[in-house]
Write a protein that binds this ligand. Sequence first.
Ligand code: FAD
Ligand code: EGU
Length: 448
Amino acid sequence: MSAQYGHTKSLNIAIVGGGLVGALEALYLAKRGHHVSLYESREDIRNTPHVRGRSINLALSVRGRKALRGVGLEQRVVDEHAVPMKARMIHKPDGSTYIIPYDSRTNQCVYSVGRNFLNSVLLEDSEKYTSVEKHFGHKLLEANLSKGELKFLRADTKEIVQVKSDLIIGADGAFSSVRKEMMKQPLFNFSQHYIEHGYTELCIPADKNGGFQMPPNYLHIWPRGNFMMIALPNQDCSWTVTLFMPFINFKQIDTESKLLEFFEKYFPDSIPLIGEKKLIEDFFAGNAQSLITIKCRPYHTLDKALIIGDAAHAVVPFYGQGMNAGFEDCTVLDELFEKHNDDPVEILKEFSEKRWKDAFAISDLAMYNYIEMRDLVNRPSYWLRKSFDDFLFWLVPDFWVPLYNSVTFSTMPYSKCIENRQWQNKMLAVFIVLVTVITFLLYMYTRM
Ligand code: FAD
Ligand code: EGU
């Protein structure tokens, strides 16, 4: 490794949060020869038995895959434990369906992976490093970031555990405690926003023969203007269905008959798949969950603390990029460790400087899509633009990459994806003006 260039000593790094991003970052740091202590407030999910048909899944795309490749886990996750989704299947209110491919040009797809499964694979893989210590049931209570000091509450003994480390990495999710400590420092900017939609998770079980009840290799979508339902396949042939709807509507549906009436009106084809009884059970079992978007900056405190993943940038899920962006943080961070020879001062400074633009960009894209998914899909102008984009992409794929493809199927920085789109908008405007002028001139010419 980089040791031959007189690189700094191996660091003692504390990672707060053993979720998807924290567990992946532990692998990256261990691979570089650092000593990692991972603190997670929950119990080890590897010991939490998997209940059939109750797994929550996520869409994994190119950025996430690249990050997994960096620790040698891409093939295992993609080949053995993911269901490829090669297109969207749109369900119309009358129950009929149609297909929109993800990438008709090169046949790339996105993968549906179980959250707990992925988390388990990442934690399991860290067993091969003796330099990774995992502490479950440790909840961060407070921290002195500039001193590298952390105070945890142990769930089993109710003891307070104090530790000190060279570097703290906060990967403790949207409601990050590490970030709360950062908020005490001057010049730390922060904003959060709850959207008016909430979500609830339902389940379409496997059929009698243990097979899929819907065609498996698709992301199923029921777009209904202000409501939307989507379904991602699980490996056990069940589906996790997520219903997005304004909180007021969740509140209005307070009886079983209102629920069935609502589903019969908007999602009739899904009722026999979920089953009336299960629909009622699952819908009323959990309260609607909220969706928050968070932006902040910088992401670091001196050379002592850094936040990554949702802790640094929680986004709404309407681009399927939250985890992918968090995993990309690990890729970016690893490149900086390499570039700066494991020197925290430079690494943290540059990470904060270069990452916020891309984090803000995916945040804006996801928020924009939240609106687009509901309204634009039903507008002819959206489809006109989409066909135009797809045609040019087919014609000159290196020259014209549509926004969607650049976000999901490339590793172009998110902020570049937006710039690229703005450049395309300008080109289109020029093109439309040109066509109008030429048509007009031709018309005048033929009249003469
Ligand atoms: P988390 O997964 O939230 O993990 C944080 C961890 O920190 C948790 O294990 C928590 O227990 C622990 N923790 C918290 N506080 C403390 C503390 N004080 N002390 C110790 N530990 C603590 N992304 C995609 O890429 N594709 C998708 O399809 C997708 N779909 C989504 C659908 C929905 C409905 C939602 C809400 C999100 C979706 N996302 C998706 C986003 C994705 O879930 C997140 O971006 C991702 O989980 C972030 O990982 P993380 O490790 O940063 O945070
Ligand atoms: C939302 C919640 C379809 C899982 C955005 C597409 C999502 C996912 C889309 C959730 C949609 C929406 C994209 C993927 C993905 C689409 C995407 C959204 C997975 C623009 C479990 N989104 N999601 N876009 O293109 O890029 O298929 O909870 F319905 S995967 Cl909202 Cl690619």
